[in-house]
Design a protein around this ligand. Sequence first.
Ligand code: FES
Length: 127
Amino acid sequence: MNLTNIAFSVCPITDVPNRKGKGFSLLRRGADGIDSPLHIIVLRWDRRIFAYVNSCPHQKSRLDWEEGVFTDPNSPHLICGKHGADFTIDTGTCVSGPCKGRDLQQLQVTVIEGDVCLLGLELVEDA
Ligand code: FES
């Protein structure tokens, strides 16, 4: 199946507060047909939008400081709550911390008719 033209709506763009991340727990269908959880972070940064898999390259932990908290108002970065690694918002590259130089897994994301949509993934719809 070619997934490049499939858009999966996650939420209205207005549900993502500006300059803060919002976490989502989705279900991804693998090539083997088996479903597995996919935790993601969506970031709206003024007019730009980014999405990453919520898994730190250091110890594969979720980044949340507390559930749903990914940023600090005094920092321009996405921050891992476990050991404080800083990641750039636009590339997901770690610029300080134990995984410096490594990247978060970036997801293709766009806004279609006001909805945040992921591209190129096979996801399972909620019931
Ligand atoms: S698990 Fe993220 S910095 Fe260690």
